[in-house]
Design a protein around this ligand. Sequence first.
Ligand code: KG4
Ligand code: ZN
Length: 335
Amino acid sequence: MILAIESSCDETAVAIYDKDKNLFLSSLISSQINIHNKFGGVIPDIASSLHLECISKLVNDAIKKTKITLKDLSFIAATVGPGLPGALLVGASYAKIIAWSLNIPFIGINHLEGHIYSSGIENNLLFPHLCLSVSGGHTSIYYVENMESYKECLTTSDDAAGELFDKISKLIGLSYPGGPIIEKLAIINNFKNVRNYPILRKKDLYLSFSGLKTAVLYDLIALGFYDIKKKKLTSPIPYSLQKDIASSLLHSVSESLLSRVDLLINKNNNIKGISFVGGVACNNFLKRNLISLAANYNISCWIPSKIYCTDNAAMIAYIAKFRIKNSSYKTDIKI
Ligand code: KG4
Ligand code: ZN
């Protein structure tokens, strides 16, 4: 039985996993989004203290939801990076203390690896495959050889796609996190691409989203809604323009991401499928487009359920299982 903790950003999460039965006995998430959205983004110090406030209760609640007791646990896992240092420290230290007190191994897990393999929780993955991992902190495409080995083919040289949604949402007067709001407005606007924002050149293997951010900013300046010297809006953006920006932005992000995936499918032999993971993989427009791209190549497409796309502890427990199986972890309970 594995108890896993995730606390790398603004979600505290705890999962209890029966690795032999491949069964999650509990998977709880306490989100801080309502607090951070007042500030238009995650405030690291607030994130750390909120993790600290809720972690003990969340672990107790996760155990109470099952029929097990602490004595039934044989491994404790936690995210050790990358993420906000203070936030990581809370979850990892708490996990190490439980491991130390029960005299069982602690396994440190990389957050990005958690996302990369998260599609395996509900699917039988085929290898090799490509993984499109898109969240607020990272946007990368990986070549995944097996459950132990993967390599990064491409990563954004500046903003992550989720970060772009969050920043543009804030810029046009909407709240945090921006991704779900941008998606909602794009749906209402029938996914119309009216502002014609740039799309990454089809043939070149690079990934960058800061140009798109600048394009939206310059669009607002040209329309007279943004004062570049004062660095603020001159007047609130009308709802119709917010919708047009949202749907056009989503269109450009989709085209840009999909053409990179397309290039990499062609560049790598033998690709059996593509997985789409991370918070941005909650987006139904992007999902649909990726599913049809995979269908064109007659390969599989795996996208986790929403609860496994955004930050969660189940994906951390899932990776721990493979570390245990291959004895490829170091027990380190130094704090
Ligand atoms: O994986 P995640 O929960 O946390 C990080 O590790 O960053 O991803 C959060 C990101 C945010 O940037 C949020 O705006 C984006 O995922 N997101 C979405 C949607 N839901 C969340 N982006 C686009 N469409 C969505 N429906
Ligand atoms: Zn994440």
